[in-house]
Design a binder for this molecule. Structure first.
Ligand code: ATP
Ligand code: MG
Length: 602
């Protein structure tokens, strides 16, 4: 392609809207253009990158035996009601764009496709003999992200590869899950990226086991905790660890003490000369279930620890049945305004005790009359602890479970693991932290969707059984941008060869010089003929501008038909290393071809 004939532009200044390097660079180098919040146009260079990423994904998927298809983006609400996710996706998470058509039918724009695919499997797969089946597609997804940001990293319209597999049993599901683990590792490696596979929370997709593939970069929105021995890595949302040991309590007898102005753990410990590990902190949450029921939740946790709201959310989802509900719509820390709605009297905030009486809750329809009491393991193990006295300005010390306070019936791991904690598999290892960009996520769904949607097959014994399912997603557009986040310098993008929009660019410093132009034209034609995807910068621009632009757009090899032409040579510069060589004209094509082929070898 000739730059003189392309929609080609570069910007000198960093666009104000962009915060992270990859976003700035893609805008500046003319790859993408913002059309609205979280909505981007992929310009021709970007589209080539996206097609390359898609092609790598496709090859790796096909190699596992999965089949490509294309599913509708417009999805009837009824399908989502069947699976029970309509309310979660349109209200709780609010991630699905939903609307009503002219026939008053409710529809959503697909954020993910479990419902559609399960319906297809239900109608088309009859017998165990047809299993396993794995279908995937590469398509635009729509999600009404609350905070779209960082360009393609978190868009409201983005490209995803999503795949869904159907099985007769767990063993078969596990096999495909392992195949996907391998396929995803291959895909990300072939795209030229450094990554870490981590245990993950399954979120609203559901199911049990899941794993994310994190592209390591400082701008990553996720925190990854891992051990140096490579035996443990998890998203902080899911991570478990051994908390630091609690210090011995300085209190041996139970008493109530005046602790003025001690509504935070820090102030309290300073005042009482004790350690945060001596304190049971009682954190109030408010959960709204899908049937409209509000439940007040009191979580006891050791003073130095923080509640992991993802773990709490999962715990509350598991308890939904107790309130005749199915899913959690919202989990919040109730602020003063929220408290006013249900509190019968002002709460002793900062001084709450684990036995906070239920009569703090007004008798109201749709509000559970009792606190749901949950304890984290770290709180349960404490002896002679300090905690609130349920009276502003007072705490109790030397308290014990089963003496002054009943141990809550629900005990679970609800703490946030953090770097420096000891690892569970080997306490001599400590957790380390890194930032990651979630590139892909694979799930063993089990029978969640097939059961809800009554999707069954006939087993060898003639029984009707629900399919076991897995689902697997890669963010194609996110991966493309993450590549830039991992690979750039002060001059611009450095594309890995495998996903660069073009592999080489021939720059003509002076188009008025016929020798330069002719040589460049010839090289351009020969390189393309040899299969090297090549651009020709034949614009009527100064040489400096052309070289700057070539660096900015990040093409792996730059060929310059400059002064060395007099010796029958051209300058070849490798973008990643800036290494420059003079290569004889007749060797340019074979040299580049060889280097590019070497870079593309899987
Ligand atoms: P996140 O936690 O980042 O919101 P998710 O867990 O909702 O992502 P999945 O439902 O697992 O994402 O989707 C599969 C993949 O699609 C993700 O791993 C990610 O690469 C990509 N993806 C998800 N949301 C977006 C988005 N808003 N913009 C771009 N890519 C996305
Ligand atoms: Mg995910």
């Amino acid at each position: 392609m000739r730059l003189s004939q392309m929609l080609f532009y570069t910007l000198r200044e960093d666009p104000a809207e962009a915060e992270i390097p990859s976003h700035k660079l893609l805008l500046r180098a003319g790859y993408i253009r913002r059309i609205g919040s979280g909505i981007y146009a992929y310009l021709p260079l970007m589209w080539r990158v996206l097609q390359k990423v898609s092609q790598i994904v496709r090859e790796e998927m096909n190699a596992t035996g999965a089949q490509e298809c294309l599913l509708p983006q417009l999805q009837p609400a009824d399908l989502w009601r069947e699976s029970g996710r309509w309310d979660t996706y349109t209200q709780a998470e609010g991630i699905m764009f939903a609307f009503t058509d002219r026939q008053e039918r409710e529809l959503g724009l697909g954020p993910t496709h479990e419902e559609v695919i399960t319906t297809i499997a239900k109608d088309t797969i009859r017998s165990y003999r047809q299993l396993p089946v794995h279908l995937y597609q590469i398509q635009t997804k729509f999600r009404d992200e609350i905070r779209p940001r960082f360009g393609l990293m978190r868009g409201r319209e983005f490209i995803m590869k999503d795949g869904y597999s159907f099985h007769r049993d767990v063993e078969s599901l596990k096999k495909t899950y392992q195949d996907m683990d391998r396929a995803y590792r291959n895909t990300i490696r072939r795209c030229g990226l450094a990554f870490q596979a981590v245990q993950a929370d399954s979120g609203a997709i559901g199911g049990g086991v899941s794993q994310e593939f994190m592209i390591l970069a400082d701008a990553g929105e996720d925190e990854v905790l891992y051990t140096a021995d490579d035996k443990y890595a998890a998203n902080v949302e899911k991570a478990v660890s051994l908390p630091p040991d609690a210090k011995p309590s300085p209190f041996t007898t139970y008493e109530k003490l005046e602790t003025p102005d001690s509504e935070t753990i820090e102030k309290l410990c300073k005042f009482l000369k004790c350690d945060p590990t001596n304190v049971v902190k009682n954190v109030l949450y408010q959960v709204v279930y899908d049937n409209g029921m509000t439940v007040l939740v009191l979580v006891n946790i050791r003073g130095d620890q923080d509640v992991n709201e993802v773990k709490l959310f999962n715990e509350l989802t598991a308890l939904a049945g107790q309130y005749n509900a199915k899913t959690v719509l919202a989990l919040t820390v109730p602020d003063a305004e929220a408290q006013q709605k249900w509190a019968a009297k002002p709460l002793p905030l900062g001084y709450i005790d684990p036995a906070l009486p239920d009569d703090y809750i007004s008798t109201m329809k749709n509000v559970a009359p009792k606190f749901l009491r949950l304890a984290d393991k770290t709180a349960v193990e404490l002896k002679n602890f300090v905690t609130g006295a349920n009276e502003s300005g007072y705490h109790v010390v030397g308290a014990n479970w089963d003496e002054q306070f009943d141990l809550p019936p629900g005990v679970a791991d609800m703490r946030t693991a953090s770097s420096g904690d000891r690892a569970i598999h080997d306490p001599s290892q400590t957790l380390q932290t890194a930032r990651g960009i979630e590139a892909g996520h694979i799930f063993q769904l089990g029978t969640k969707y097939s059961q809800a949607m009554n999707a069954t097959y006939t087993s060898e014994q003639g029984e009707e059984l629900p399919f076991y399912m897995g689902c697997y997603g890669v963010g194609v557009s996110r991966v493309a941008q993450a590549a830039v986040e991992q690979s750039f310098d002060k001059d611009g993008i450095i594309w890995p060869v495998a996903i660069a929009p073009y592999q080489a660019i021939v720059c003509v410093p002076n188009i008025a010089d016929p020798q330069q132009l002719e040589t460049a034209e010839k090289l351009y034609a020969e390189l393309n003929q040899a299969g090297v995807e090549t651009l020709l910068d034949d614009r009527n621009e100064r040489a400096g501008v052309k070289l700057k632009d070539a660096d900015l757009i990040g093409i792996p090899y730059r060929v310059v038909t400059g002064r060395s032409l007099s010796q029958g040579k051209v300058e070849v510069v490798e973008r990643s290393t800036k290494k420059s060589e003079k290569i004889a004209l007749e060797q340019v094509v074979s040299t580049l071809k060889q280097r590019i082929d070497a870079a593309l070898e899987h």
